[in-house]
Design a protein around this ligand. Structure first.
Ligand SMILES: [Zn+2]
Length: 275
């Protein structure tokens, strides 16, 4: 039998032993993560980690292109890789796609209109609505892709309502897969079903991290740009969405890209994330 003093000593000893094993496990895990070259944990919304280690990479996506070529030109003139999301069937859709194709470091994706909860802005031609039968999705996307020539992927324009539909998002992603296109979730709803649809189809997908110009003034845009850059530094990469109609967004990127490149940040086409 142990006396009280011995019991106390044994207890303390066991406690120290447990702590020692906890430290061993903790540092062992950390060391093995380092040795296998794993990057820091991927933010939870990403369906799967990109296969390569990333460092200070910025993936810029410019939404809502197609209404006026002059708007898109402001971004095409900035000499860094950039992905332009073009709305189908608009006045300048065709011209915008041709202009993008002339720039080796720019790429077009279809900015697929999808119904939002708010109907304050008209969806335009080629939209997918919550009442659209999923059997019609492929035909709609086919017509829109014929309008946005050269698109290598797509993301959703608005869509807070439609991206919450598991059936519709599965139909959209299934069609993307069949056509060899990638899908970027613009993440206009916190309840987006894109991640679960992608998982069920075994597809890689990505989600937007930062919207630059929800508010249109330059101070806000600069603040969001700063947040995007800091995410790229912390997470290895960031997906940033700005809008073609925002001259302030174009100016913010144009005035800062050189400094960022000098600091080791690099700009990339979105398609690189899906390779
Ligand atoms: Zn949009």
């Amino acid at each position: 039998m142990l006396c009280d003093k011995e019991k106390m000593t044994a207890k303390r000893h066991n406690k120290r032993k447990n702590l020692y094993f906890a430290y061993l496990t903790f540092y062992g895990l950390g060391l093995s993560l380092l040795l296998c070259g794993c990057r820091s944990p991927v933010p939870p919304q990403k369906v799967s980690a990109p296969p390569v280690a990333r460092h200070k990479q910025i993936f810029l996506v410019i939404d809502d292109a197609g209404l006026a070529l002059s708007e898109t030109r402001r971004f095409l003139e900035i000499p860094v890789p950039m992905t332009i999301a073009v709305l189908p069937h608009l006045k300048d859709t065709e011209q915008v796609c041709r202009a993008i194709a002339r720039h080796a470091n720019k790429q077009a994706i279809l900015h697929q209109p999808m119904e939002a909860y708010s109907h304050s802005v008209a969806l335009g031609k080629g939209g997918i609505y919550s009442a659209t039968p999923s059997s019609e999705v492929s035909a709609i996307l086919g017509r829109n892709l014929a309008s946005v020539r050269g698109a290598v992927g797509m993301n959703n324009h608005m869509g807070s309502r439609v991206t919450e539909s598991p059936e519709l998002m599965r139909a959209v992603l299934d069609d993307c897969r069949a056509r060899g296109l990638f899908f970027l979730d613009s993440k206009t709803s916190y309840n987006s079903q894109v991640p679960s649809a992608a998982r069920s189809l075994g597809m890689h997908m990505e989600q937007r991290d930062v919207f630059l110009d929800i508010q249109h003034d330059r101070d806000h845009i600069r603040k969001m740009w700063g947040q995007a850059v800091s995410k790229a530094r912390k997470n290895g990469y960031v997906i940033v969405i700005g809008h073609a109609w925002s001259a302030e967004t174009a100016a913010t990127i144009r005035d800062s890209f050189q400094t960022l490149e000098n600091q080791g940040y690099t700009f990339h086409l979105l398609s690189e994330l899906y390779k």
